[in-house]
Ligand binder design. Structure first.
Ligand code: XMP
Length: 515
């Protein structure tokens, strides 16, 4: 297995993802945890050092354990990881150079073009890469040679071929480095990985880890939302520990039209998984009365969720574990809440709303996965395609699609508008092309005219995006015909809405949800 040492880059998980795509098993561990003893125990076959926000020139900045470099395993340093390698192996790094962000072109140096690390690369002479750094290497560590340069980065790719140490200034893991995945793959092949690891193997590994964490008698309670994530988590955990899993489906009054019935039928009747249907809508909706700040909404919902779980866990016979379908994008965007690096964009309720002292331990078997990988895992677990293909639905539900204060009236209107929009998308055969689509009810009333009468009703916005992993997204380019037909249907069929707009913001700078 391959070890990724995380120095806190926003995109470390993408390294893991690229490796999974190359069918290589890897694990990410934060640098704080990786010491000599850890390395010995883990016994990695190869190591990748991630990027990170720090500067190696600052006193106390993160390092790898020095023993790493004596283990005789191939190492690849990326960006901050490159600088760590250079300073720890006797080279030199300076800050204060002009920062370099964005697209650059790397060319191979001399006859290094034919090195195994470059297999399939530089076929057109140069490679486009994504740079993002402030510091740069000014003197190479002994044993290293320059393999590739760019106009702004003379040491864009360096290597010590004798020890199989490689270090790159740019980020090969991001989409903006189009052939970066190839470089990572080449590195793993040099390290002896054959690329025979699969999602089936991941499933087995995940089941093993759940059993190990929960122990032979532990009981798990799982919050089921009806979305793909919690469903896959539930089925996976059920496969690992059988009926020691109880699912609690919390109806927080923020679900879509007909959703509650659908989920209960599916899990109780189809999967035979023990399920408690907790109708707590009164509790949630009254707690949300008068709350209009998005973070406060999320925190309120997150807090109540935990309370409700604890109550039902006790009723179900005392579970010690709480399972959640937290995905990697939830983790990275909330990571400063949980004590790591990077900035809070939104406190996704799965992780952000957890009280400091929760009585239950967390089981989060999907924490390392992106949405499309969860779907693949779902297929591996035999979930029906219709279910796997469902658009994601956020834990806080319609609360974050109702900017401003939430009222029962607005929720009812929103549900019906959303149902019409999704029906339109299905009728036009577009559901599977779209990553996520939903309606948002705006906190404004506008004037309209229907028949001969004046109306003064809510406006709604429609959101439909394409995305690979939810981290970035673009709006879906509906035809004008589709948009007018949909707007007409919504205004005609949904009482309380007299105006429809379509949101054409990408992410970034927008986010997918409005709150
Ligand atoms: P944003 O709005 O952050 O959404 O661009 C990215 C993806 O995450 C979903 N989302 C959430 N999922 N709890 C969840 O389980 C949350 O609090 C939450 N907030 C956003 C969102 O629907 C989209 O798929």
């Amino acid at each position: 297995r391959l070890l990724i040492i995380d120095f806190g880059s926003q995109v470390t998980q993408l390294i893991a993802r690229r490796l999974r795509e190359a069918h290589v098993y890897c694990e990410i561990h934060p640098y704080q945890k990786v010491d000599a003893a850890f390395l010995k125990e883990f016994a990695p076959q190869a190591v990748i050092l991630s990027g990170g926000p720090a500067s190696v020139t600052e006193p106390g900045s993160p390092r790898a354990p020095q023993e790493l470099f004596e283990m005789g395993v191939p190492i690849l340093g990326i960006c901050y990881g490159q600088q760590v390698m250079m300073v720890q192996l006797g080279g030199h790094v300076e800050s204060g150079h002009k920062a370099e962000f964005g697209r650059a072109f790397v060319e191979p140096v001399g006859n290094h073009r034919d090195e195994p690390i470059f297999e399939g690369l530089f076929e057109n002479g140069r490679e486009e890469v994504w740079m993002s750094h402030g510091d740069r290497v000014t003197a190479l560590a002994p044993g290293f040679e320059v393999y590739g340069t760019s106009p702004g980065a003379p040491y864009a790719i360096v290597a010590d071929p004798r020890r199989h140490f490689y270090a790159v200034q740019f980020h090969p893991e991001v989409h903006h480095t189009p052939n970066g995945a190839r470089l990572l793959r080449n590195f793993t092949r040099i390290a002896g990985f054959t690329g025979d690891w699969t999602m089936g193997a991941y499933k087995e590994e995940a089941i093993r880890r759940i059993r190990e964490q929960v122990g032979p008698h532990g009981r798990v309670i799982c919050g089921l939302s009806g979305g793909v994530d919690s469903s896959v988590a539930a089925v996976l955990i059920h496969e690992a520990i059988g009926d020691r899993l109880t699912c609690v489906f919390v109806d927080h009054g923020l679900l879509r039209l007909g959703e509650a019935e659908e989920v209960v039928t599916m899990f109780r009747d189809h999967y035979n998984i023990p399920l408690i249907h907790a109708d707590e809508s009164e509790l949630f909706l009254s707690a949300l009365e008068g709350v209009s700040d998005p973070e406060e909404k999320r925190k309120t919902i997150g807090r109540l969720f935990i309370d409700v779980f604890q109550k039902h866990a006790a009723e179900a016979g005392g579970a010690e574990f709480l399972a959640q379908g937290t995905l990697y994008p939830d983790v990275i965007e909330s990571v400063s809440v949980t004590g790591g690096p990077s900035v809070t964009i939104k406190s996704h309720h799965n992780v952000g709303g957890l009280p400091e002292k929760m009585g239950l331990k967390l089981v989060e078997p999907l924490r390392e996965l992106f949405k499309d990988e969860v779907r693949e895992l779902g297929r591996e677990l035999g979930l029906p395609e219709r279910f796997i293909g469902r658009h994601p639905f956020p834990g806080p539900g319609l609360a974050i699609r109702c900017p401003g204060e939430i009222t029962r009236e607005k929720l009812e209107i929103l549900r019906r508008a959303d149902a019409v929009f999704i029906d339109q998308i299905r009728r036009h055969g577009l559901y599977d092309e779209i990553w996520q689509a939903f309606a948002v009810i705006l906190p404004v009333r506008t004037v309209g005219v229907m028949g001969d009468a004046r109306t003064y009703d809510y406006a709604c916005a429609l959101r439909a995006v394409t995305s690979v992993d939810g981290m970035t997204a673009d709006y879906y380019p509906f035809s004008h015909e589709f948009l007018s037909e949909t707007a007409n249907r919504i205004v005609g069929e949904v009482r309380g809405i007299n105006r429809v707009t379509y949101d054409i913001t990408s992410k970034p700078p927008g986010t997918i949800e409005w709150e």
